[in-house]
Write a protein that binds this ligand. Structure first.
Ligand code: MN3
Length: 248
């Protein structure tokens, strides 16, 4: 005998099947989003920003980045940037449907009233997605191929590059990010940005980043930012960095 819950579930599933969306769409998206699509073309532009899945488990980067830090950093801090961005842009469908990269690259095209929220919350969203993707379980080691050649050409050696990057990230005053970027001339550069500012807004292409906000390390490393950055090299996903380098 069906319980009311089961009946409801069956009814929803039939509805989705009738809409041609299938159970996969039902499980992948909140029901209200699927229901809103009823009667609309299936390939609507996105109507809000969403938190993409973390590309690994919360504890995948241990012992270098602990599970509790990852859980709060991703599930609370990153989610809050996404929520705040959506709230700030509510009613601006033309902005909500654009890729975040595009908004950050062209901040001056964003209406002045919305520029600061896009810079802060949009930057917070983009920077965190980029950061998660720069790391993996059993990462670390050395860059290879064309990326390694470019690093050696610019900085003299991989060690010299790592020293400069670590020093830049560690000495950045206050909250912010350390980056390896490609600048306007196509040269590699190590920079830091304050708050949630994104290199894309300065005409730079991000290749690698480390989050040096205290929330990124305080639970495990307390005030020892340099220890965190030193440990972080052990989870760098050099394949992802090389892919960004090759893509641009
Ligand atoms: Mn952060």
């Amino acid at each position: 005998m069906n319980t009311p819950d089961m009946n409801e579930r069956v009814t929803r599933r039939n509805l989705l099947r009738n809409l041609g969306l299938g159970v996969a769409a039902f499980t992948a998206r909140p029901l209200n989003r699927v229901m809103a699509a009823a009667g609309e073309p299936l390939h609507q532009p996105p109507t809000e920003f969403t938190l993409p899945p973390l590309p690994y488990a919360d504890n995948a980067l241990e012992p270098h980045l602990d599970a509790r830090t990852m859980e709060i950093h991703y599930g609370k801090h990153h989610q809050a940037y996404v929520n705040s961005l959506n709230a700030a842009l509510k009613g601006h469908a033309n902005l909500l449907s654009k890729p975040i990269e595009q908004l950050l690259k062209n901040l001056n095209d964003v209406p002045e009233k919305l520029r600061t929220p896009v810079r802060n919350f949009g930057g917070g969203h983009y920077n965190h997605v980029f950061y998660w993707n720069c790391m993996k379980a059993n990462g670390g080691g050395e860059p290879a191929g064309d990326l390694a050649k470019a690093i050696k050409k610019k900085f003299g050696s991989v060690i010299a590059f790592k020293q400069l990057f670590s020093a830049t990230a560690t000495r950045h005053f206050g909250s912010g990010w350390g980056w390896l970027v490609k600048n306007r001339k196509g040269d590699l550069a190590v920079v830091s940005t304050p708050n949630q500012d994104c290199p894309l807004s300065h005409g730079q292409i991000p290749l690698l980043t480390v989050d040096v906000w205290e929330h990124a390390y305080y639970l495990h490393y307390q005030n020892r930012r340099s220890d965190f950055v030193a440990a972080w090299w052990n989870v760098v996903n050099w394949d992802a960095v090389a892919a960004e380098f090759g893509r641009q």
